[in-house]
Design a protein around this ligand. Sequence first.
Ligand code: SAH
Length: 395
Amino acid sequence: MAERTRIVLKSGKDQSLRRYHPWVFSGAIKKIHGPEREGDVVDIYDNKEEFLASGHYQKGSIAVRVLSFEPVETDQSFWDQKIGNAWKLREKLGLVGNRDTNVFRWVNAEGDGLPGLIVDYYGGTAVVQMHSIGMHHNLEAIVSSLKKSAGDRVHTIYNKSETTLSDKPGIKEKSGFLMGQQEQGEVLEYGFRFNVNWIQGQKTGFFIDQRENRKLVGEYAGGRKVLNMFGYTGGFSIYGMGGGAKLVHSVDSSGKAIDLTREHVEMNFPGDTRHKAYAVDAFGYFKEMDEAYDLMILDPPAFAKHQNVLNNALQGYKRLNQRAFEHIAPGGILFTFSCSQAVSRENFRKSVFVAAANAKRKVRILHQLSQPPDHPVSIYHLEGEYLKGLVMEVE
Ligand code: SAH
């Protein structure tokens, strides 16, 4: 094994690693022995020279992202095993070769033991998004493992890391194809058709993490008037229509997203007049609207990208949900979500609770929602459970 840089932790700072938490914060470091090269694999020791873990080093608040809690050589077989295991889990979940759903998350960073790496699968296309320099250095090995584990189930690999690595000095990442050339494609989710453009779309192209929650909306939609706020390309709207809604209105501030929503409605329900879409701001829409919706979905973008803007984010969730409680028809069902990693389930529920009280509505929680199993969460890394949702009945 090549000589690696050794990182020694301050006394007492070894505890979280002993509980398999996969991050080392810079403040926990006592001394670094050896070159400090970003993206290198380093070994971490406690202050009594006991080995704790190995991981990718990077400057910043998270200094090391752990790849292994045992001494390990990060050669091709390491990547083959990790990425192969991730693929096997999706097979176990019934997502590989599924006739109704061919879009899923293949690698979910810490949840698959690969902090800094996201891979989403769109019916034969793998979209790779790297969030760390260490992953960037290993792209070739990663791509080789992707091809090996999926075989002929992958025909296109697209690297979409230009924006996720843009703030890292010295890296001039360009997004681009690593295999094949397909720029967009039609995917199936529970039999519904969606056109996904991984080059131009948000994130890797589609919000795969809402699959099971969209299905639940379909189960509640029968006979209801549905408002899908922050609809993006209309995922929740399509399920609402499939579930027999009386009408469905989609709202998103992005005109492109609204165009795609209309396209998706036409693809799945040609000629159906129950749907309308509006490219406007959510708060503006609440102010102007005159329809008495009895099923609302609120799925805003992450209000808190960092811990230090947490309070503003909680205020944002409160304001938004209060508008919904003020407007929803008696007996209505409200689906509300937060995808901010910095906002805990507890804090999110508190914001929604204050919103309900301010609107003076009687509210009961029917479901507490999260992300689907192709977005697994390490039990030692609760930050990985970023998607939180509540389904409520409003009297
Ligand atoms: N529910 C979607 C994902 C939503 S992502 C799905 O299932 O696919 C969040 C969306 O909110 C983005 O499409 C973004 O364009 C939109 N958005 C952001 N700010 C907004 C605002 N102030 N008003 C309306 N939409 C907004």
